[in-house]
Design a protein around this ligand. Structure first.
Ligand SMILES: NC(=O)c1ccc[n+]([C@@H]2O[C@H](COP(=O)([O-])OP(=O)(O)OC[C@H]3O[C@@H](n4cnc5c(N)ncnc54)[C@H](OP(=O)(O)O)[C@@H]3O)[C@@H](O)[C@H]2O)c1
Length: 298
């Protein structure tokens, strides 16, 4: 059971959010928490039954929600989905680019087509959706005041901060997503007052992504390598999204926030603190004795 939210439940009141990939996993939790904090939410994905079940679940919590079927890779779908959301919910304030494809593959076993598919969903899809939404998100866009710019949050990862086994395609795609975030923050922040930021989740438990990238069969507990000692929860990402989307984030533009318990920094400790202290004293003594001049008066 997730913790209680530290945010007021009206912090997103009156806002409309479109969340790609919002039918499942992390992005469904973002949709839920946005709704519980006052937003109306639209979720987008390709599978109708997934969207229908997610909308029913959101509505059972009293959240105004719509599901719109579409593929983020297709320009026509992107425009139709954005227009439907504005028609049904009146405006668009927040776009969450969460739709993604992922699977493990050794680089030499990955076909160029498989590589391209992930680039298309994650990177091209993020651009395509942002492009379709810009006229509604910008200040003065439909339903918005002249100084009221919207927000884009693109979900990436931390894989590409260094390198990761068997995820050459996802790493490349997410690196490009972070690059889009910075370019859009510069261009659309300046011209349209749209704040563009990213969230880079670490390993998040109970998600379709983790099931594929860290299958039970691999026998690895991803919490072991995390400085905070455990995997994250979907709730952790949703709270970061509320922070960036609401007034608390009003001066944040072009940032990618890792929400990973510090896992991308993790390195095995090669010596215990006790050994370090003993070893450190011995090294210090040795070094002093070597640097003492023969007739030193010190
Ligand atoms: N899980 C983790 O630990 C983790 C770690 C780092 C980053 N992330 C990122 O966090 C986000 C959510 O991850 P998750 O694990 O919760 O995954 P998930 O639920 O599997 O997310 C994929 C979602 O995107 C939708 N989608 C995929 N291709 C699409 C397309 N072409 N057009 C429209 N929608 C599409 C899927 O619905 P349909 O199949 O019905 O279209 C699904 O709802 C992803 O961006 C992921 O890369 C996750």
């Amino acid at each position: 059971m997730a913790d209680e939210s530290p945010f007021r439940n009206t912090v997103l009141k009156g806002k409309v959010a479109l969340i790609t990939g919002g039918g499942s996993g992390i992005c469904f939790e973002i949709a839920t928490q946005f709704g519980l904090h006052g937003a109306m939410v639209a979720i987008m994905g390709r599978r109708k039954h997934v969207l229908d079940a997610a909308v029913a679940s959101l509505e059972s919590l009293g959240i105004r929600a719509v599901g719109v079927q579409g593929d983020v890779r297709k320009k026509e779908d992107a425009s139709r989905v954005v227009e439907t959301v504005v028609e049904e919910l009146g405006r668009l304030d927040i776009l969450i680019n969460g739709a993604a494809g992922n699977f493990l593959s050794a680089a030499e076993d990955l076909s160029p087509n498989g590589f391209k598919t992930v680039m298309d969903i994650d990177t091209v899809g993020t651009f395509t959706m942002s492009h379709a939404a810009v006229n509604y998100l910008k200040q003065g866009g439909k339903g918005k005041g002249p100084n009221e710019g919207g927000v884009i949050i693109s979900i990436s990862a931390t894989l590409h901060y260094s390198a990761n086994w068997y995820q050459i395609h996802v790493s490349a795609a997410k690196a490009a997503v972070d690059s889009l975030t910075r370019s859009l923050a510069l261009e659309w922040g300046t011209d349209y007052k749209i704040r563009c930021n990213g969230i880079a989740p670490g390993p998040i438990s109970g998600t379709p992504g983790m099931e594929k990238l860290n299958p039970e069969e691999a026998g690895i507990s991803s919490g072991d390598a995390v400085p905070l000692g455990k995997m994250g929860e979907k709730w952790d990402i949703a709270m970061a999204a509320i922070f960036l989307a609401s007034e608390s984030g009003k001066y944040i533009n072009g940032a990618v926030l890792p929400v990973d318990g510090g896992s991308w920094l993790a390195k095995p400790r090669y010596i215990s603190k006790e050994q370090l202290r003993q070893f450190g004293r011995a090294v210090e003594q040795r070094s002093r004795s070597k640097t003492q001049l023969p007739n030193s008066k010190l």
